[in-house]
Design a protein around this ligand. Structure first.
Ligand SMILES: N[C@@H](CCC(=O)N[C@@H](CS)C(=O)NCC(=O)O)C(=O)O
Length: 225
């Protein structure tokens, strides 16, 4: 199939059939796809992967064949199809409660959902002016006032969360969670565009960047050329 790559990964149970099939866009560009992909890798949920090349003549048609929303990512699970990165994350958190993709503490969970919702529906200027090009390094740019305000807000979100949950661990909500997956693409953007961050935010960004799931995504992105 033109523009589509299917990668069968290690699958368990279900007589060798994939329980989860994650359909994503080009790894270099697809921020939305990185989120559930990172989550499933980081929380050790095996899945089969199909990559649909974005920005091609056939992209819309190919996505439509597999995704009812006409967008990627989409997760085809044994029991249902889930569209939208955040909905996929919530579905997986419900399906695997033992993996604790959200913190146990009710208020920390509410905090996590709040910052994920802000990521999901906001930061338009950053999205438009600094599109993800995973692994690329551009000459540092001076962000527009709108982008700078998005960056400042993200730094504030990270700094508050990191200091509030420091006793539980080094991730946004202490232990690794859906919140880290939702902000992972921003880490790539900040690196590519040479955005300087205050120390706690920079250290956090480095930690995400060096996570094995992020490295594996980067290897896939590099192969796409
Ligand atoms: N809110 C959606 C947004 C998904 C989205 O916009 N995906 C883009 C790729 S990153 C897409 O499928 N674009 C269709 C196209 O390029 O034709 C989500 O969280 O999954």
């Amino acid at each position: 199939m033109l523009g589509v790559t299917l990668i069968a990964l290690a699958l368990t149970g279900n007589g060798g059939r994939a329980v989860f099939h994650l359909i994503i866009g080009t790894k270099r560009y697809s921020t939305w796809s990185l989120r559930p992909w990172f989550l499933m890798k980081a929380f050790d949920i095996p899945f089969e992967e199909t990559i649909i090349k974005l920005r091609q003549d056939e992209t819309v048609r190919e996505i439509r064949k597999l995704s009812p929303s006409g967008l990627v990512p989409v997760l085809r699970a044994d029991e249902m199809t889930v569209t939208d990165s955040l909905a996929i994350a919530e579905y997986l958190a419900d399906r695997f409660p033992e993996k604790q993709m959200w913190p146990e503490d009710r208020l920390a969970r509410a905090h996590g959902r709040m910052i994920c919702a802000e990521m999901h529906s906001g930061f338009q200027a950053l999205r438009q002016e600094m599109p993800m090009d995973f692994g690329s390094n551009f000459d540092p740019v001076k962000p527009s006032p709108q982008v700078q305000s998005n960056i400042d807000r993200i730094v504030a979100i990270w700094s508050d969360a990191l200091s509030m949950y420091r006793a539980e661990g080094p991730w946004l909500l202490g232990q690794l969670s859906i919140a880290d997956a939702m902000y992972a693409p921003v880490v790539s953007r900040f690196r590519s565009y040479g955005i300087r961050l205050p120390a706690p935010a920079q250290n956090y960004a480095e930690q995400v960047w060096h996570h094995p799931a992020m490295k594996e995504w980067g290897q896939g992105a590099a192969l796409e050329g």
